[in-house]
Design a protein around this ligand. Structure first.
Ligand SMILES: [Ca+2]
Ligand SMILES: [Ca+2]
Length: 452
């Protein structure tokens, strides 16, 4: 009852304001006040770390980065990516055995436009006692035929761009060919591995050459964490062979629930340290009740993402993209990157979490692998500050000399856990706000345990 009365009085007080000398206060002005209460006066020269970024090219001659597709130039990857290490025999074995011994495993999803595919196991070469991998087919005309599933699995494919998906170059017949990959003609990687750029991981499939049909419903994506500590942090895709054809009577192999007919590892295409990407850390407080902000509400972890810019040949012309690597979503609001509402990418969804109220990768709530996605940008865009970020209809901004909702830092800067004090973690942030120095305030970490 008391509360209702209070609200009534406030409304009355606010209504009367419009008849006084007070101008209505904008959201940003209210935000400025609470920001300065926490961090002190904002120096007019502070730009929050945002600067024009180099547009990504890996060719010294300034040649464009290349086409959408498989990138077989393994010797180039090291210049801009963190390339996954070759798998050890022990790692491959523990993964193979897990898939061979686990019937109908429950898979999960990841969301990567740029990723590696690394060969793990070709079914039939070392079958388990449960999982057949080599199948006996009863022919309609009588007699039987033995087929090894993996040998009929061609055109490993990913994503939903086309009905038949997109081929993962060089991955055929349950293995990767040696041309251009792995131990073939490059000396940079011992494993058979391919880098896929501007694809997606919505699904994986294969073309069955026995029945001549594509299958996109016979795979499972498993985190290494549930397999064995020696493959923790990795992700594996296993396929369960199936086939169907009419040969004057139906011939078929039904999936048997063992996804060991072909196993590959997939790994996100993470930016190499020290490359041209920059990290953006986002604070969504402006969309809260600004009358009741507490010091632990400031965490700049409501979205944490890296931005790099590159040109790509796609659909017949050169297009500029911001490649976004989303690390964390430490808020519970509808927060989009790249545009407002449907025009942008919602951060919880991007990290494959349906509930907007779940915080991700900030110590409270869910833990998920990064998301990697691409946003088309205009040719003149080269600053991470130009990637729009919205909380609902409210755009989050970082204006020079004004209280900010975004910070830009190098990609090795860690972000905050929930409910710990920003001001007691980055000791010199306040100095930076007040005097524009030091601009590497993020190196003044006082309580390391406050960082994720
Ligand atoms: Ca199987
Ligand atoms: Ca947060």
């Amino acid at each position: 009852m008391k509360k209702i009365l209070f609200v009534g009085i406030t409304a009355l007080a606010m209504a009367s304001c419009t008849h006084d000398d007070y101008a209505p206060v904008s959201k940003q002005e209210q935000y400025q006040a609470v920001f300065e209460k926490e961090f002190g006066a904002v120096n007019p020269n502070v730009n929050w770390g945002f600067t024009p970024q180099q547009v990504f090219t890996f060719d010294k001659d300034g040649k464009l980065i290349g086409t959408r597709g498989s990138d077989p130039n393994a010797n180039d990857w090291y210049q801009y990516l963190t390339v996954p290490a070759p798998l050890t025999d022990a790692q491959k074995e523990v993964v193979r055995k897990w898939f061979q011994n686990t019937k109908n495993p429950q898979g999960q999803k990841v969301n990567w436009s740029d990723f590696f595919v690394q060969q793990v196991y070709q079914g039939g070469t070392n079958p388990g006692s449960n999982s057949p991998e080599i199948y006996t087919i009863n022919k309609p005309a009588g007699g039987t035929e033995q087929i090894t599933g993996s040998e009929k699995m061609n055109w490993l494919a990913c994503g939903s761009n086309a009905k038949e998906g997109d081929h993962i170059y060089n991955f055929n017949g349950g293995n990767a060919s040696e041309t251009n990959v792995g131990e073939g003609n490059n000396k940079f990687h011992k494993d058979r591995i391919m880098y896929m750029k501007d694809y997606n991981t919505t699904c994986f499939g294969f073309h069955d050459s026995y029945g001549s049909k594509y299958y996109y419903d016979s795979y499972v994506l498993i985190p290494g964490d549930i397999i064995d500590p020696i493959v923790a942090g990795m992700y594996f895709v296993g396929f369960d062979y199936k086939t169907e054809k009419n040969d004057n009577g139906k011939i078929e192999v039904r999936p048997d629930g063992y996804y060991s007919d072909w196993i590959v590892r997939i790994a996100p295409g993470l930016n190499a340290p020290g490359t041209v990407a920059m990290r953006v850390m986002v604070e969504d407080i402006i969309d809260s009740n600004l009358a009741s902000v507490q010091t632990s509400d400031w965490d700049f972890n409501d979205a944490v993402f890296d931005v790099k810019f590159e040109y790509n040949w796609k659909d017949g012309h050169n297009q500029k993209f911001a490649v976004i690597t989303l690390h964390a979503a430490g808020g519970t609001k509808y927060l989009t990157i790249g545009g407002q509402g449907d025009k942008g990418v919602e951060v919880h969804k991007a990290l494959c979490v349906e509930e907007q109220g779940t915080m991700i990768n900030t110590g409270n709530g869910a833990t998920r692998p990064v998301a990697i996605f691409r946003i088309p940008v205009a040719d003149n865009v080269n600053n991470a500050n130009d990637i729009p970020v919205y909380v609902g209809a409210q755009e989050l901004t970082a204006q020079k000399g004004e209280a900010t909702q975004k910070l830009c830092v190098p990609t090795d800067v860690k972000w905050m856990k929930e409910r710990v004090q920003f001001i007691n973690t980055y000791e010199k942030f306040k100095d930076y706000v007040n005097s524009n120095t030091p601009d590497n305030w993020y190196k003044s970490v006082k309580n390391q345990e406050n960082l994720y």
